[in-house]
Ligand binder design. Structure first.
Ligand SMILES: NC(=O)c1ccc[n+]([C@@H]2O[C@H](COP(=O)([O-])OP(=O)(O)OC[C@H]3O[C@@H](n4cnc5c(N)ncnc54)[C@H](OP(=O)(O)O)[C@@H]3O)[C@@H](O)[C@H]2O)c1
Length: 298
């Protein structure tokens, strides 16, 4: 049995599907069973519980050989944050997993996770990585760049639905984007290939594109018209401070926008993939065609 914490999410759903195609037993942990409705009929065990609650995490790992952590607390309510979910929730998984005799834990972290990063998500993922490495469990850490699919929703879909979109900052900084479909294949490989245990795998995509260029690809493939506005960097910095107390989640998202606009985000995703020739390197163009033209979803 494999526990996929975050199995209802964008990446987790794809991981569940790949593991089920191999006829592996899968349990999904979710805070709300209705969030797993799309997994009905997939032969998956659904367990309602919260990663922040040690009791439900102990239930979730019971009888499990491997665990995938594909959760995050980047967007959520006040009590849902990178510290409560990415650090403390993963702590609960690691402790419960060790006590229950779990063999291996695959942690989906983030590229650039580090102790001094300006984003709390990167710091909390780093804390989880450190705890996992010293836990005594066998582990694999996957550090993806930004998901194309997530950003198609953020930057592209508003063009189709509202005829306009917003870029955070100047939009000129080259950013590495990866398809979450590729990342899911790395998670699957980490589950089935024991040689990946003890490895930190950085997973990027084929191109470094600015947000302007990202929107350009989306427009070229879908034919979407409409206005592209920019949120000025100074306005972002000021509103992140103003929002800090009122809406920490929004403040966190704005700070992430500032980081993406101003800090080094480029990565040689192709070079890093040379050791994994079985996993395709999906381009943004392919993702847009797949999700918005060939099989559009609402
Ligand atoms: N999106 C990106 O650009 C990106 C880039 C690099 C790395 N990542 C990493 O990739 C992984 C998947 O990201 P995603 O964007 O696919 O996620 P997503 O679609 O936003 O899904 C988040 C998942 O986390 C679960 N979750 C959140 N809080 C929870 C809690 N308190 N208890 C139990 N489950 C909880 C949610 O489950 P329920 O809502 O069903 O409870 C959901 O399944 C994460 O580890 C993320 O940090 C993402």
């Amino acid at each position: 049995m494999i526990l996929v914490a975050g199995g209802t999410g964008r990446l987790g759903t794809r991981v569940v599907s790949l593991l089920r195609q191999r006829e592996l037993g899968v349990r999904v942990l979710t805070r709300d069973r209705s969030r797993a409705a799309h997994l009905d009929g997939a032969g998956v065990e659904i367990l309602e519980g919260d990663i922040r609650d040690p009791v439900s995490v102990r239930q979730a790992v019971d009888g499990v050989q491997q665990v995938v952590s594909a959760i995050h607390g980047f967007a959520g309510t006040k009590r849902q944050s990178p510290s409560t979910v990415d650090r403390d929730g993963n702590h609960n998984l690691i402790v419960a997993g060790s006590e229950a005799g779990v063999e291996h834990l695959v942690l989906v972290s983030v590229k650039d996770a580090g102790p001094a990063h300006p984003m709390d998500l990167m710091r909390m993922k780093y804390a989880a990585e450190q705890e996992l490495k010293s836990s005594g469990l066998a582990w694999t850490i996957i550090r993806p760049t930004a998901y194309m699919e997530t950003w198609c929703e953020v930057l592209g879909r508003p063009l189709l639905e509202h005829g306009k979109t917003q870029i955070f900052g100047r939009g000129h900084n080259p950013i590495n984007w990866v398809s979450m479909f590729d990342v899911a294949q790395f998670v699957e490989l980490a589950i089935v290939d024991p040689t990946l245990r003890g490895e930190v795998i950085e997973v990027g995509g084929p191109e470094n594109l600015s947000m302007e260029a990202f929107v350009g690809v989306f427009r070229a493939e879908t034919g979407a018209q409409g206005k592209v506005d920019h949120v000025p960097p100074l306005a972002m910095r000021l509103s992140a401070v103003a929002m800090g107390m009122v809406n920490p989640t929004l403040a966190r998202q704005i700070r992430a926008g500032v980081v993406m606009d101003t800090q080094m985000q480029a990565f040689d995703g192709v070079e890093a993939r040379r050791c994994f020739p079985s996993i395709p390197i999906t381009s943004l163009r392919e993702v847009v065609r797949r999700d918005f033209i060939d099989a559009p979803h609402p």
